[in-house]
Write a protein that binds this ligand. Structure first.
Ligand code: SF4
Ligand code: SF4
Length: 376
């Protein structure tokens, strides 16, 4: 057992192995405010990676409606029940992680979903919290009646619970980019990783008898391309790239800018202790106490900054670059009314206007004698 620093907890913690951070760490930012739950990402991932035998039920990418949606059923409610309510003081987590709270003889605190738990990926879809009686009116932020969509993939954690729990050393974290993979030739299907992952993002294949998980589209990452879930995203809610190690910040790096400079993107359930590397812009309209449990103590600052994004040219420009190119944007800058993205060599990949031009359609076309608006 080693003592490692977890920047999301603001403190050291116990972990099974030493803190050999990769040369660079793959990371994502998802903006929950823009997701429409069209599930295009889910299907893009499924058609690419999980169309084989034994994978029928698998969704390495899923999009669930919060607060009542889960895949598998109740995954995060169970996590919160096991860890207890998260409490923070001055940005430092006061509770225990899944490693520190592991039962005697175990490496990680976890639970094993039943087959039934994987059977209802759309449970709770579009189901709001709050009373929706006659005359319900949604007029202020946060809303009394609310739900939001949470898109999820494996977090390619810095301290993966799946890796720590594997008795076969079949799970490894690539030193070149931090992608977490299951070595299929070593896995014997003990499913300790399934039990351990707090996010339930390892799945067991009953045909091959091995565990499988999101591979971060590593053949694309290796070619400088963003992952399938990112490039297929209809809502343009996603960025894939690399995050700098703790204590280092590269202001022109989109992921660093959103996570460390403007701090609008936050980790999912940081109290798990795995240092997850998918970062979320929290939803503006949901109750803050709920969001603080899910995204940690940075929620208030993140939302305050996000709501002023229109006045923040760098933040606005960067958000306009989301979904604008299939390539990984390593650096960006805003010049005049244009935001530009660059690859690792500094070559320009894409440029987008800060504000899309708008055109007002005439009400009536005299030449063709036709109304151009819906007049019914
Ligand atoms: S494709 Fe994008 S907008 Fe559609 S569900 Fe997935 S994350 Fe949300
Ligand atoms: S999200 Fe789960 S499966 Fe993915 S690296 Fe973290 S612990 Fe492992």
């Amino acid at each position: 057992m080693a003592n490692v620093f977890n920047w999301q907890l603001g403190r050291d913690m116990h972990y099974q192995y030493g803190a050999d951070r990769p040369a660079r760490q793959v990371a994502w930012v998802f903006d929950t405010n823009k997701c429409i739950a069209c599930q295009t990402c889910t299907i893009a991932c499924k058609q690419t990676w999980t169309w084989g035998r034994g994978q029928e039920y698998m969704l390495w990418n899923n999009v669930e409606t919060k607060p009542y949606g889960f895949f598998p059923t109740g995954w995060d409610v169970k996590l919160l029940e096991m860890l207890g309510p998260a409490s923070w003081r001055d940005g430092v987590y006061q509770g225990e992680t899944v490693f520190e709270k592991a039962p005697e003889g175990e490496r990680v605190l976890g639970w094993q979903p039943e087959a039934e738990d994987w059977s209802h990926p759309n449970v709770g879809e579009d189901e709001p919290a709050g009373e929706t009686g006659r005359g319900t009116y949604v007029g202020s932020i946060p809303h009394d009646v609310w739900f939001y969509y949470l898109a999820r993939i494996c977090n390619h954690c810095t301290y993966p619970a799946c890796l720590a729990a594997c008795p076969r050393n079949a799970i490894y974290k690539r030193p070149e980019d931090g992608i977490v993979l299951v070595d299929q030739s070593r896995c014997r299907g003990y499913q300790e990783c399934v039990t351990a992952c707090p996010y339930k993002k390892v799945m067991f294949n009953p045909v091959s008898g091995t565990s499988e998980k999101c591979i971060a589209c590593f053949p694309k990452i290796e070619q400088g391309l963003q992952t399938q879930c990112v490039t297929s995203c209809i809502g343009r809610i996603r960025f894939a790239g690399f995050i700098s190690p703790p204590g280092e910040v590269n202001e022109s790096n989109p992921i660093d800018f959103l996570v460390k400079v403007r701090k609008v993107a936050l980790p999912l359930y940081p109290q798990s202790g795995t240092e997850p590397n998918v970062y979320y812009v929290p939803p503006m309209h949901a109750p803050k106490p709920f969001l603080r449990q899910m995204f940690g103590p940075g929620v208030d600052e993140a939302l305050e900054t996000y709501t002023k994004a229109r006045e923040d040219r760098d933040l606005l420009g960067l958000m306009m670059l989301m979904g604008a190119t299939p390539y990984i944007i390593h650096a960006f800058k805003v010049e005049g009314e244009v935001a530009k993205g660059f690859d690792a060599s500094g070559k320009e990949l894409v440029s987008v206007p800060l504000r899309e031009p708008t055109f007002t359609r005439k009400y009536f076309d005299e030449v063709r004698d036709v109304y151009l608006h819906n007049i019914t």
